[in-house]
Design a protein around this ligand. Sequence first.
Ligand code: ADP
Ligand code: ZN
Ligand code: ZN
Length: 731
Amino acid sequence: MADIFVEVAIPVPLRQLFTYAVPDTLHTNDIVLGERVVVPFGPRKVVGVITKTSNDCDLEKIKPILSRVTDKYHFDANLLKLLHTAANYYHHPIGDVMQQALPVPLRNINQPTIEPEKEYLASSEIPPTESERSKLAKKAPKQSELYDVVEQSHGITWPELRTLGYSKAQLNSLLKKQWLIEQARPDKVFTWHEASLNESNKLSLNAEQAVVVSAINQTTEFACHLLEGVTGSGKTEVYLQTIEQVLSNNKQVLILVPEIGLTPQTLSRFEKRFSVPIYLHHSALNNSEKLATWLAAQNGSAAIIIGTRSAIFTPLKKLGLIVIDEEHDSSLKQQDSFRYHGRDIAILRAKQLNIPVILGTATPSLESLQNALNGKYHHHQLTKRAGNSTLAPITLIDIAQQQVDQGFSGTLTHEIKQTIKRGEQVLIFINRRGFAQALTCKECHWIAMCERCHKPFTLHKNDQQLVCHHCGNQHSTPHQCHDCGSVRLEGIGLGTEQVEEKLAELFEDANIIRIDRDSTRKKGELTRMLEAINNNEYNVLVGTQMLAKGHHFPNVTLVAVLGADGALFSHDFRAPEHLAQLLVQVSGRAGRASKPGKVLVQTNFPQHALLQDLVNNGYHHFAKFALVERQQALLPPFTFQALIRAEANYPSYPQKFLADLTQFATSDCMMAGPMPAPMEKRAGKYRFHLMIQSKGRTALHQLLQLMIVNIPSLESSKKVRWSIDIDPQDL
Ligand code: ADP
Ligand code: ZN
Ligand code: ZN
């Protein structure tokens, strides 16, 4: 029998497939597309993925594959198709796309040993007595809570429990008591039965929710639903009830969320509602835990997959619904190498599988809103908070007109004092960690700059360090100016550390907690802090983005925003949209329970049209107005953009390379550049870009294709690292 030939995607930075022969000693008759093979590539052996087979080949000197990885774990036809489409759309090397979609243990030549997944259940043989239960609840409330979670779940894994904030010690102690037992998680295909739903935790929908749920549940075919619901309007309950219908048809559900680790409450609501196998995919999972999710999704034993961006590439045997929570969130776009957008891939995937997708948010991205307004998406709105809380109004404090003491106006200080007095909590949002944005000399105005990025160092007073937030470069804080030798150095521009310090001075008796990347570095620290906040151990919470998203703090009634003005005058045309989203999301943390909330935004520009529109008319109104502006300025979503980035050790190299590319200009695409990136130097590299914009995607992609074909013959391309960013989100 003659050899057969296969096209293999190999993890190399080349936009092509490679042809190999399969010797018939390797049982060519059962080769499947998507399986992994070991092939020679130059002097190396690499693992690649078979994407095509054929019986003949007109190339000479074809190398044979070395071996096949004949385990059960290959990409199925649907996923292969999705990965191909994504590689084409993002003009990214197919081998790298496949590699990124493959769990790390499957990328190796050596096959991983796969341990059966373990799960925990409440023991039915020796259940604790009533009095033992109430004793535990008093003595070890966390353990007691953990017992409840496991009992309700009918089987839960350690990654789930850890993500919910429980410790191994708590689990072990219940195992030792024999209240819980450990067993291998059955890997049979998931099927729905009566006990899969915990009916008692189900809410009866309000009128608005009911309309949305029945509209979404109307079809199991492809439809893209934009669920625009104000914070606290009960979007999660809508997800839960649509998910219920999909699960009850024995289909799987994939849910993307921005950061599961930040909001264990979300996971907890899924766990409480459904006693079905739930699997996770996020950055706090190790490689074998991620592989377990991949396998369970693929063999159909997982019912629900909850994950961050890259979970969108999980193979699923019988996917019935995709939910994207916080669809506007910038974490959905990967910001390096394969720069895909998780939401856009989700829509592609739903279309290919002919299933519905739900995009939920209080603050839709302008892209999604435009698609809803022009009828491409179904548009559903929840305009009121569910339950009995009301939305907190936003008030602007004009700080151009009053004294500000290290960031705090008199008005704000007064409001904080009143809130603490009432026994309620204050949340102060400032989007910069560290003590000060920069360290400067009062005599000669020298600024301590990162030599690798040409940007000011951020001052971290607690660690006595200057840290570059762009490249991680770090020095101990100098005592003298490097230019004039003066010791009169001072930090300018507020950061979370400084705000925390000032608060301690202003409110001596208050308990203050700071939540940012620095203060939560230790494992489990964030969970502990969030719990302490909800136990009312703190009066004032200071934090960055980490505090803005998704949390439910029932006792927070005052939210204050400091230092938001920068975004009003940014070079980035998306800055106003992102500022509006952020302000609305932060305000959503106020008054979530029965007590009414208040939001104060300190600004030097209270008359700014964006702020006025947002405060007086709300996000939806603002967004529609912003869309008109985008249309007039011929910006996305009314036009399409691609950014070609290039960097090198000398600025002239990327400049020359990008200038060479402009020779391919066509009449239906506009080019801007080459121009320096907003961060012209980063980690020692000089960075430039070329922006390409067009009214149609086709013209844009044709031009990019033309460039890609010609780049290898450009001398200037050999001296730079370059990449393409389709639908760039930031420059
Ligand atoms: P969102 O996801 O839109 O921010 P949530 O789903 O978190 O909103 O709902 C906010 C609060 O309202 C939660 O405490 C939730 O339990 C409650 N809630 C949601 N839907 C209902 C309902 N139909 N009846 C009563 N309470 C509800
Ligand atoms: Zn000086
Ligand atoms: Zn730096």
